[in-house]
Write a protein that binds this ligand. Sequence first.
Ligand code: UD1
Ligand code: CA
Length: 497
Amino acid sequence: MTAQEPSATPSPAVAAVVVLAAGQGTRMRSATPKVLHTLGGRSLLGHVLAATEPLGAATTVVVVGSGRDQVEAHLASVAPGALAVVQEQQLGSGHAAEVALAAVPDVEGAVLVVNGDSPLLTSRTLETLVAAHAAAGSVFTVLTAEVDDPTGLGRIVRDDRGAPQAIVEERDATDEQRAIREVNAGVYVANAATLRRVLAGIGTSNAQGEQYLTDALAPLVSGGAPTAAVLADDPEDVLGCNDRAELAARRRTLNDRVLGELMRAGVTVVDPATTWVDVTVTVAADAVLEPGTQLKGATTVASGAVVGPDSTLVDTEVGEGASVVRSHVLGASVGPAATVGPFSYLRPGTRLARGTKVGAFVETKNVQVGEGSKLPHLSYVGDATIGESANIGAATVFVNYDGVAKHHTTIGDHVRIGSDTMLVAPVTVGDGAYTAAGSVITTDVPPGAMGVARARQRNVAGWVLRRRPGSAAARAAEAAGHAGAEAGADTRTTASE
Ligand code: UD1
Ligand code: CA
């Protein structure tokens, strides 16, 4: 859109965004395409797209090549509006940009070209770059950074007056150029028409025999075109990611940023070194994250909740004042004031209402637990609806799977399931009912009834003295005075029905 055209909304600062993501990423040594490696809850590519998104460009082109099927599938899920353009052969970043622009021949004006492997880029840095490009009346503007260690990166060569002259790749640099600490960030804003023209003329006479995007600058400068090099405020923003060590370093930096924001917003992070929070997570003020906590995906933690130590939560909602201690929680909802752990494993579809308790060595899946109900110890609770204020005794198993299909168990309000009960689904235990410890419940228990389903106990009197004579047990029994008295007799206890 030109300045003359009337417009109700401000025109976007760039007409198109081009993300270069076709490279092999050889240095990752991975079967996974480099841009799909993840940190902080997004892929490298996902972070770049999240940073460019607020610029509001009408067109976003992602150049794919190596592992293109995987990259295209990922793109369809994270940025369905973006256009994937295939670079059949990875002939260099300049070639990749050329292929991208050829795919959108109608795009004119400013385009932002970004390497797909810079996960720490922020929208603010990009907006500053685009604004500087416009203010300078530039046709090609490169984002740069001053770094302590420029190893492996393209160097920015400036003239005596500080005007950018060229970008020189390390492999092609002189010793003098290698000493330069200002590096190319791999982020450029260029006039589309100018970039198309200059890229068409770029050769491959460099150490890698590739068509470098970085070689666009020098011919424009010698042709007298207005160009610019803009230094990023924060050099961390522009750091790329070429191998696993860099991936780990970027992950750490990103995590430090996320935790820094949370702490400034009132979250207690007891040990930032061992706490990992995805960029997609929300944590409210006055929540506490204990050491060893990992919060991933769409997880949200409400005020006053305590998570950790040593807990991993994925796509999980934690309500106000709840606590999750030493537990692994996937796709669950932990209600306000609920307590989970230590050592609980909550699987997808677990919905714990207010004030519920899930204790040690309890696994849950696809279960709705009503307010105040307790699953305190050593149980498997799957495919069930549990009412309010029920108690599920230790070592209860919800036997939900017959080898073919899953079946549902319904437990009413104020039910007390005795320890070591097997609830063979489908089955219903009515409101206020009990089950006897050790029962295998295969039919419904009506409200208020006691379900008993176990063998009666038989005591074989004198067995120890006859079968284990002289043993410590026999001596103890003799000392107790009635070890052999009723030898041979069986006694039966009476179930306390
Ligand atoms: C590139 C820059 C370097 C800069 C650094 C910043 C070039 C020649 N060099 O180096 O000046 O300091 O980024 O991190 O651009 N790609 C394609 N198709 C190709 C080749 C590459 O799409 O044929 C993509 C890659 O997927 C990657 C980007 O272009 O996202 C840059 O390629 P990469 O090999 O990572 O370049 P660097 O050596 O990091
Ligand atoms: Ca790179």
